[in-house]
Design a protein around this ligand. Structure first.
Ligand code: ZN
Length: 414
């Protein structure tokens, strides 16, 4: 895993490695093998694709042409149509196509209305529910390199990128073979080969094959987020919306961040400072479906675990003569995480970027106004990416970074 080292450096490295090994419990047992290639659903956050333009040197199977140029794939009445070259008519080609590159150069994909991206490997295009589905089959190393670039800021240092590479591989190792990944941050961002930055390549090259495991050698769920702005949370509390008692919080054979680490390394993040935004209750009712009333329980990091909300109940009037939909609201309880997701989905992810959020309501002549204040970005569980960058700048290695945010995890390498 370490190449191009002088003997002196190897000695020095071994000393450091031994020290870190005792900290991290590194084993040299074979890690769960990563698959040779992965299948990733592309443009998952944009499910409305009906046309995609392909550029590059490729062949289209099963019955399509070889092409060194531009091809447009469109959809009409459940069938795919191919159009190559100006003035040529679109040709109906069935419900499924495989685009294979004819060289090592990535293919350029440009779906309707979206920015173009380059991808290595092959692309399977299918007609599904009136939309185009694009699945990229790509070799695992290229996938992880792109994820590391897609999930980091260009200025992140090498050791932070190595930590990110180990996490990207750990997420993949937990994914069952044959299951398709998607390219959204719901799994991990994968924006194609444009994001294989040189430093990301170097990072993946030096830690490829390493993953986090539990004490018993299983692959745990690992989480990461942009900016914790002061400290991380226990993912079991964040995702369940419940406070754990002390015995449940023991990190038994898992790589929990149950100790909820403090983090002041992420101060250079653009999300470190409080972000304040206002919405009318009417807009929240319409776009989110909930208006927050009061925080019921917070975790020690100040992230709300459960919240009392006014829930909008849209009437399902059976009267066909009624043109206006009736609605009423009722009080209920929702987890802080679920409300945060709904805020992101309804108002855009930049509205309340961090899960450490609070809110205040006041009556305005124009109606009720809710002010949200959040710090950080993301759910706050697991590794803090801007914190990892700060640690790397402070001279910490990727092993130290991983050990800091995943204190009871093991680092397994091939
Ligand atoms: Zn942090």
């Amino acid at each position: 895993m370490f190449v191009s080292l002088s003997r002196k450096n190897i000695k020095r490295l071994l000393a450091v490695t031994l020290l870190i090994t005792s900290l991290l419990g590194v084993t040299t047992d074979a890690a769960m093998a990563l698959p040779a290639s992965v299948k990733v659903s592309l443009f998952a956050a944009h499910p409305e694709i009906t046309v995609v333009n392909v550029d590059g040197a490729f062949e289209i199977g099963p019955n399509g042409p070889s092409s060194k140029g531009h091809t447009e794939i469109s959809l009409s009445k459940g069938s795919l149509y191919l159009k190559s070259g100006k003035g040529k008519a679109a040709r109906r080609v069935g419900g499924r196509l495989v685009i294979r590159p004819l060289s090592a150069a990535p293919l350029l994909l440009q779906p309707n209305g979206l920015a173009a991206r380059h991808y290595r490997g092959s692309i399977v295009v299918t007609a599904s529910g009136g939309k185009l589905k694009l699945v990229n089959e790509v070799d695992t190393k290229s996938y992880i390199t792109s994820v590391v670039g897609s999930e980091s800021a260009p200025e992140f240092p090498l050791e932070a990128l190595k930590a990110q590479a180990v996490l990207a591989s750990s997420v993949l190792a937990r994914h069952r073979p044959g299951l398709k990944l998607n390219d959204s941050t719901e799994v991990q961002a994968y924006l194609g080969s444009d994001y294989e930055r040189p430093l990301a390549k170097q990072a993946v090259g030096s830690v490829f094959g390493q993953i986090l495991t539990t004490a018993s050698g299983t692959t745990p769920a690992v989480f990461y987020h942009s900016t914790c702005a002061g400290g991380t949370s226990d993912e079991r509390e964040i995702f369940s919306g419940k406070v754990l008692n002390d015995s449940a919080r023991q990190p038994v054979s898992s790589c929990r961040t149950a100790t909820r680490v403090k983090c002041s390394y992420c101060q250079t993040s653009p999300f470190f400072k409080p972000h304040v935004v206002q919405f009318s209750a009417a807009e929240l009712r319409k776009k989110v479906g909930y208006v927050p009333i009061a925080v019921e329980v917070k975790d020690p990091q100040g992230r709300p675990l459960s919240i009392t909300v006014a829930k909008e109940n849209f009437g399902t009037s059976s009267s066909s003569s009624s043109s206006s939909s009736s609605s009423s609201s009722s009080k209920t309880s929702i987890s802080g995480y679920d409300l945060w997701l709904k805020l992101g989905q309804g108002l855009g992810w930049g509205a309340v970027p961090g899960m450490r959020y609070s809110f205040e309501s006041k009556d305005d002549p124009s109606g009720q106004i809710v002010t949200f204040t959040s710090t950080g970005a993301g759910h706050g569980a697991g590794l803090c990416q801007w914190g990892a960058a700060g640690m790397a700048r402070a001279g910490k290695s990727y092993r130290e970074i991983l050990h800091y945010y995943f204190p009871v995890a093991n680092l397994n390498s091939k």
